[in-house]
Design a protein around this ligand. Sequence first.
Ligand code: S3P
Length: 192
Amino acid sequence: MIRRLRGVRMPDVSHGVAPKNLALVGFMGCGKSSTGRMLASLLQFKFVDTDDWIEKKAGKRISEIFATEGEPAFRKLESDVVRELEGLQRCVISTGGGLIVNPENLESLKKHAMVFCLWASPETLYERVKNQNHRPLLNDPDPARKIRTLLEARTPAYRNADVLVSTERRSLREVAQHIANHFRAVNRHHAS
Ligand code: S3P
């Protein structure tokens, strides 16, 4: 079942049990961390960021991991962290933009979390990231083109999230409030 509520696509995300956590996925620059922090405060959940977790585990910045060990080593660390998330409760989890490209990672997230994908056009994403330089994959002579091709390649994976939420022309608070409302509605449904 898919319901459309004020721009939010709302499939039946019950998976048979009430989700304990809420996860945010989506492309670099879509606003996962800032929306996630606001959501955590709205829901009174803890905020967890997979990139921070990886950096803590590895004792290195993400850019350093990419530079010294390469992307496959980073993806391995990412998948290890995803398994560790399975023990969490009452958390808003912000994920790295490539995390759910591996379908096993999405499957693992869906065991305990309702997965929202934040969506924005490649042009908007470029505007949001163009003055930042901490993302190794966008350290490219033509970052706007890189965003377009990477987003196109990843779109099928992002569509597998439980709920797609457009962030275009919406404030952070508006997006966070919509997501919180949907999450609460699903949990109420399970409680009744
Ligand atoms: C990546 C996104 C980054 C980070 C790493 C790889 C990706 O996270 O995990 O640089 O593959 O899209 P953000 O989406 O938080 O920028």
